[in-house]
Design a protein around this ligand. Structure first.
Ligand SMILES: Nc1ncnc2c1ncn2[C@@H]1O[C@H](COP(=O)(O)OP(=O)(O)OP(=O)(O)O)[C@@H](O)[C@H]1O
Ligand SMILES: [Mg+2]
Length: 464
């Protein structure tokens, strides 16, 4: 990863620098050539002026002169020719650039500057006509020639500087890319180490948060939150298993105790026999209920799709009341039914009503009343289970939907349940996207309000 980023940035930098270098090279080369040519033009104009003043004789070039004193116009590597009006050489001085080649001059077209190559060497030239002051006639030409050695030196230096500079820049970029990506991936690496360390029994570990508030920090935080959730659900899971085993063990211990008792005394004492069988029967029933509840909790999701999702609310409520009423005599049960259908598997809805109504009756003393109301509110069916019983203390309210939670911890073994009823209700409601609320006042009563999605199509045709 680090190497990849480093080499990628280096390659990008290299391409950019190559383009830039080529651009700089050619721009400077052209600029330099133009500058040189401009200088040569100026020099040759001055030289022509000088020749006109010094070397003319009655309107024409003097012959056989010594041209060495034109040297004052020359730099190293330059040569000057004085040509007649016909372009023929009259004299020369300076470096011997052209050797045996004739100096180029076009007496007709008037092209007066350019490049030529002599024996592989590049030479620039600039021609200026010598104009006689009096007659204004062209009486000859001055031709200045120059080699390009100094430009070449200059360009060579430039290339060296550009290559070294670019190479250095690419190297620095690669190094910088490596260092930066190393710094950027360090927190990820730390995270990887932590993640590698985490196992089921080390869920309390957290990824260290980087000091800066950036994407990596956000990722670390999200990861820590996820770990928190997993840790909590692991804890709940093991708590659940512990509670379940405890719930199972208690009736089993009782059954075992009474079985021993029966073995020893049961055959001779009919009282012991009677009581033992009764207890064993009760405890077995409790175990059965518990097993049913646990199975319901475990298999709730799996069974969602088995049945058609439509239930006549009032019908099920009436049935539930009918079933439970004889178990809790001397409590008045009133129902106010609004007629609706909810989108829910019937067995699940029946379970929900039974659990809530059972609580309302169980925690309401004899002589008091329990009211059940159903109504329709737009797309929602609302159910209310209201009792006038003991109520739930405020500090217990947040926990009543937890598995195995009971307000009266030391319940009497006859009336008390296992504390799974409301947990099942809550999970069922969550499963179908409904809500449940509870309002309770101690010694006055409790109301559970359930809202569930309603079936809107006509009965018989509905199936979701
Ligand atoms: N209507 C109510 N009035 C007063 N207390 C209630 C009412 N409903 C529930 N509770 C309290 O909430 C606790 C949890 O209820 P839940 O139905 O989950 O368990 P349970 O009734 O004890 O056992 P189970 O329903 O599994 O037989 C109960 O133990 C009870 O203390
Ligand atoms: Mg209950």
């Amino acid at each position: 990863m680090k190497l990849k980023i480093a080499s990628f940035t280096a390659v990008v930098m290299m391409v950019v620098l190559c383009i830039l270098d080529v651009f700089i090279y050619f721009t400077l080369q052209t600029h330099l050539a133009n500058l040189q040519m401009g200088n040569m033009n100026n020099t040759s104009v001055s030289a022509a002026d000088y020749v006109e003043r010094v070397l003319t004789d009655g309107g024409s070039l003097r012959t056989g002169s010594d041209y060495r004193w034109l040297d004052r116009f020359l730099r190293e590597g330059q040569e000057i020719y004085v040509l007649g009006p016909d372009g023929k050489v009259r004299g020369r001085t300076g470096a011997n650039l052209l050797k045996t080649v004739a100096p180029p001059v076009d007496v007709e077209s008037g092209v007066q500057q350019g490049h030529l190559t002599v024996h592989g060497a590049s030479i620039m030239y600039s021609v200026t006509p010598i104009v006689d002051d009096d007659s204004a006639r062209i009486i000859g030409y001055v031709e200045l020639l120059s080699d390009t050695a100094s430009e070449k030196d200059y360009m060579r230096l430039l290339v060296t500087v550009l290559v070294i500079g670019s190479f250095g820049a690419v190297l620095l970029t690669a190094l910088g890319g490596y260092v930066i990506s190393a710094a950027a991936t360090r927190p990820l690496k730390r995270m990887m180490i932590t993640v590698g360390r985490i196992e089921a029994n080390r869920l309390h570990e957290r990824v260290p948060l980087p000091r800066r508030r950036d994407e990596v920090a956000a990722l670390s935080q999200a990861f820590n939150r996820m770990l928190g959730r997993i840790e909590r659900s692991f804890e709940q899971q093991s708590q659940f298993v512990a509670d379940a085993s405890h719930e199972i063990r208690t009736p089993l211990t009782i059954i075992q105790g009474y079985a021993n008792l029966l073995k020893r005394w049961g055959k001779s004492d009919p009282n012991v026999l009677e009581q033992g069988l009764l207890v064993i029967e009760n405890e077995s029933r409790r175990l059965r209920t518990l097993a049913d509840d646990l199975l319901t909790l475990a298999g709730m999701e799996a069974s969602v799709n088995d049945e058609p999702h439509v239930v006549d609310v009032d019908e099920v409520i009436a049935e539930t009341i009918e079933t439970l009423a004889p178990l809790y005599p001397e409590r008045t049960i009133q129902s106010f039914l609004g007629g609706a259908e909810v989108a829910m598997a019937p067995s699940h809805f029946r379970r929900l009503c039974t659990n809530l109504l059972d609580n309302a009756l169980k925690y309401t003393p004899q002589g008091q009343e329990v009211n059940v109301r159903t109504s329709v509110d737009g797309r929602v069916v609302q159910l209310e289970f209201e009792d006038t019983g003991a109520g739930i203390p405020e500090d217990a309210l947040p926990h009543i939907f937890e598995r195995f939670y009971r307000v009266e911890k030391s319940r009497d073994r006859k009336g008390g349940g296992t504390g799974l009823g409301l947990a099942i209700v809550k999970e069922l409601i969550d499963l179908y996207g409904g809500t449940i609320g509870v309002h309770s006042t101690l010694a006055q009563g409790t109301t559970f309000t359930v809202r569930l999605p309603r079936v809107r199509e006509r009965p018989g045709k509905t199936q979701e």
